[in-house]
Write a new protein. Structure first.
Lengths: 282, 282
């Protein structure tokens, strides 16, 4: 056991990340926006202003300094799985900016077969000082459980209604989807190299969980917010199964007065993103 | 008439352009390389080194300073069409570098309905001083002909054999192909904005000619050079009709001892890139 539970409460030093219009458009293409969403994929179409997809927040924050993970412990990075992701938008993201983020370890839980590390990141626009977004993320580290800690709960507990969804939106991922998405920053070869993917126990490279997340958020933005990024407040969900590039992603949506609940499945009916919560911006 | 034929012989001051691995991989995705060409689309696959597609040269050179076109004359940029493109590779392109280029006006011809401006660009690696490539390009400026100049000939005259081609390689362009390709630098809204494309007389945005060119060069690289960029020497061709994103591109190849001749057509049999010449590196 090399996870340090005393890391709970630790906050790393502030770190910066910059992006420009090209990064914003490349991310949009990476999560499947195309010719029908020119406000996210072009900066110079007549009568259209470039907007930033809200889930670009997971890229815009940048990566915490390695000191954060050194504090949490020593483990094989190949054993780390993305558990849940929560994104809360405070202000529309600028199309080009430098952001300053701080990340804090808010919990380390003992799930038996592994440790669950929960972090929270708060990001501001460096130039204006405006609060941009808050991220909460959990990482499941296989093989690092059994240390007698608390089991903890989900970042955002939710039960999906037993009734049929109000909407089901289906998007197709491309065979080269992960190759495009990875240029936004996550170059883990699990998503691109067949040899590496096989060593990791997959039949071929799997799509980035955050790519599935971005497709899902586009469905919510387009269908629940009428494409208005200003209405997009909070999204949270749990990654439960891998997606392969080329898969269809069907987002089932249950509308609520304050937003929606959702779940994402592949063409075979396998749930890939579960316990989904969406909230309008308050 | 505002084309200055005295510009022939003018060479602009040297200009620089830098690129990195992300630019190289984004270009490869832009011209359709995907999961079966990981040497062009990933930098960290086991046993695979990132290589640069030879036609990345048209991006790597960067853009000449505006003084070049000021010297050539004043005209509506919307009247400019890409005529021919010639790329001669002297050394394999580095995956990250700064290049220094010089561009010279080598000819201005009177085609009656327009003026044809031919330029030549010589590009070196700034760090090593190594010669990287030579580009020759012709731009047809509609409405600027009739000034009584020479008619000139093609950059590289060629007659395709009357016999059936030895090989026909067909690639599919994606509906968002131009949206990906444009992030390599050519943001002309003719390739992305339906409103702008309609004003320019097209039913919808057309693919970049140099994107079609990149697909065609991939076919030659994969089929005539067995994927070995070191064998890729020279490619030249003339743009004759527009391609729409989503079109199929079929490259007909006639093999020769020193390379091949080729032509690219869409699914309807319309020739889009003609008078194609390919030569092995000498």
């Amino acid at each position: 056991m090399s996870i340090n539970i005393d890391a709970v409460g630790y906050e790393c030093e502030p770190y910066e990340n910059s992006w420009d219009e090209r990064d914003v458009m490349l991310y949009a293409l990476g999560v499947g926006a195309s010719t029908s969403e020119l406000e996210f994929t072009t900066e110079n179409s007549i009568g259209v202003d470039l907007s930033v997809l809200p889930t670009f927040a997971v890229i815009a924050s940048g990566r915490p300094p390695t000191s954060l993970w050194t504090r949490i412990g020593q483990f094989d990075p190949a054993m780390l799985l993305h558990g849940e992701q929560y994104v809360e938008i405070h202000s529309n993201l600028p199309t080009a900016a430098t952001a300053v983020s701080r990340t804090k370890v808010t919990g380390i839980y003992d799930k038996g077969s592994g440790a669950l590390v929960v972090t929270e990141t708060v990001t501001k626009d460096k130039g204006s000082g405006v609060d941009l977004f808050t991220l909460k993320s959990s990482a499941f580290i296989r093989g690092e459980g059994g240390f007698g800690g608390e089991r903890g709960g989900p970042i955002k507990a939710v039960e999906l209604p037993p009734r049929d969804p109000d909407l089901v939106i289906t998007y197709e991922t491309a065979f080269d989807q992960a190759l495009i998405y990875r240029l936004s920053g996550d170059r883990n070869p699990l998503h691109s190299d067949p040899g590496f993917a096989e060593l990791a126990g997959f039949e071929r490279p799997i799509l980035h969980g955050l790519c599935t997340y971005g497709f899902t958020a586009r469905a919510l933005l387009n269908e629940v917010c009428d494409g208005d990024v200003g209405r997009f407040g909070l999204i949270s969900g749990r990654f439960v199964s891998p997606v392969y590039p080329g898969d269809l992603l069907s987002v089932s949506i249950w509308e609520e007065s304050e937003g929606a609940l959702f779940r994402t499945e592949t063409q075979g009916g396998e749930i890939v993103l579960d316990m989904g919560v969406f909230r309008f911006r308050s």
